[in-house]
Design a protein around this ligand. Structure first.
Ligand SMILES: NC(=O)c1ccc[n+]([C@@H]2O[C@H](COP(=O)([O-])OP(=O)(O)OC[C@H]3O[C@@H](n4cnc5c(N)ncnc54)[C@H](O)[C@@H]3O)[C@@H](O)[C@H]2O)c1
Ligand SMILES: CC(C)[C@H](C(=O)O)[C@@H](O)C(=O)O
Ligand SMILES: [Mg+2]
Length: 370
């Protein structure tokens, strides 16, 4: 394999604690899997702000644009609560998504067999769960203009965010959802709120039209997003692929995370469109969770979402499907053997630290290759 450039952006809080664990996995694939990843590190979020007053520097942005994939930890935390909105830690992540045009965010929620008991939900609801949330990532209320707080002059202020979607944005994300559904259980559920939002009416219309233009072999259903949240907790196995907008996707994926046992279990891939000449996509891989300030520095962070995000890089950026399957298997075996970070431990169960979990997964990679 030709050498591939990875830009590692650990970020803040538990970000710098889980990144070393994925580095162990990358080294393992370099040394034992015939791969040739070159890594470089940069700053993002609060750590970038502390270093140079921006949540990502122009230099690191340029490195991200040039990388074969960006591996991102997490950003944010109370330390930066009072920094200006434009340079808050989260702005660095949003800029990466927007400038790299990473419109398709894939958030798989898989309940590993060993964790079917870890959830507060009944076992039959989550056992064997395997759903995929396809979240639109570069549009909607996150980026729509105007976005402002104005002074109304009478002691009142007005906060404004604008939800905007154009046809092309809805069409391209629904195509991603239909294509992925074909590789899975062939069903797409589109979620919006067409009963309240004009953008929801258009979303529903465009998803239906796109379905009619060559995807009729895939089952399509529409659901109001609030009811979708309820159904996700009531009987999540009714879903295969869920396609939804930026904000609903953010919220529904945190809900889905808890079906798998913990936010620390959910990886994600953020993908751009394939380049017309080379077919390569820009891509960023990150756990769904944040910087977890409440546990940062305690060694309790679960590195599985981070490691599984690299697994998604193997699958979606490097076409290393066998390696990605092996990594998923190594995670499953480590869990089968009873290894648990605190967030996925049942009451009274022994726990391991962040780095012990990383070491165990690497050991299982070696065992699977023996
Ligand atoms: N992609 C990102 O960088 C990202 C995503 C979400 C939130 N954030 C930011 O993170 C900061 C904290 O946000 P929050 O507390 O609402 O959400 P969070 O995801 O950081 O934490 C929510 C809860 O889940 C737990 N948790 C999260 N990841 C875990 C892991 N790997 N292992 C074990 N437990 C884990 C935390 O301890 C916490 O109790 C905020 O500044 C927010 O903006 C960043
Ligand atoms: C940190 C924040 C900007 C981000 C989002 O809202 O998209 C996070 O919650 C996520 O889920 O990736
Ligand atoms: Mg979120």
């Amino acid at each position: 394999m030709a050498s591939q450039k990875l830009l590692l952006l650990p970020g803040d809080g538990i970000g710098p604690e889980i990144m070393p664990e994925v580095k162990k996995v990358i080294s393992w694939f370099n040394e034992n899997g015939g791969m040739s990843f070159e890594t470089e590190e940069g700053l993002v979020g609060g750590s970038a702000y502390d270093a140079h007053g921006q949540s990502i520097s122009e230099e690191d942005m340029a490195k991200a644009m040039a990388a074969d994939a960006v591996i991102f930890g997490a950003v944010g935390g109370p330390k930066w609560d009072d920094v200006p909105y434009e340079v808050r830690p989260e702005a660095g992540l949003l800029r990466l998504r927007k400038d790299m045009q990473l419109f398709a965010n894939l958030r798989p929620a898989i309940c590993y067999p060993a964790l079917a008991d870890a959830s507060s939900l009944k076992k039959d609801i989550i056992e064997g769960l395997d759903i995929l949330i396809v979240r639109e990532l570069t549009g909607g209320v996150y980026f729509g203009e105007p976005k402002e707080i104005t002074d109304l002059g009478n002691g009142q202020k007005r906060g404004v965010d604008t939800q905007v979607y154009d046809t092309y944005e809805i069409e391209r994300i629904s195509k991603v959802a239909f294509e992925l559904a074909r590789t899975r259980n062939n069903k797409v559920t589109s979620m919006e709120k067409r009963n309240v939002m004009k953008s929801g009416v258009l979303w529903n219309e465009v998803v239906t039209q796109t379905h009619g233009n060559g995807y009729q072999d895939v089952e399509l259903e529409h659901m109001l997003a609030d009811a979708g949240g309820m159904q996700l907790v009531r009987w999540p196995k009714q879903f295969d692929v869920i396609v939804t907008d930026n904000l609903f996707g953010d919220m529904l994926s945190d809900v889905a995370a808890m079906l798998t046992g913990s936010l620390g279990m959910l990886p994600s891939a953020s993908l751009g469109a394939p380049d017309e000449a080379t077919g390569k996509r820009k891509a960023l891989y990150e756990p769904v969770h944040g910087s977890a300030p409440d546990i940062a520095g305690t060694g309790a962070a679960n590195p599985i979402a981070m490691i599984a995000s690299f697994g998604m890089a193997l699958r979606y950026s490097f076409e290393e499907v066998e390696a990605a399957d092996k990594l998923d298997k190594a995670i499953a075996v480590a869990l089968d053997k009873g290894l648990r970070t605190k967030d996925i431990a049942s009451e009274g169960q022994a726990t391991v630290s962040t780095s012990e979990m990383g070491d165990a997964i690497v050991a299982e990679l070696s065992a699977l290759s023996a």
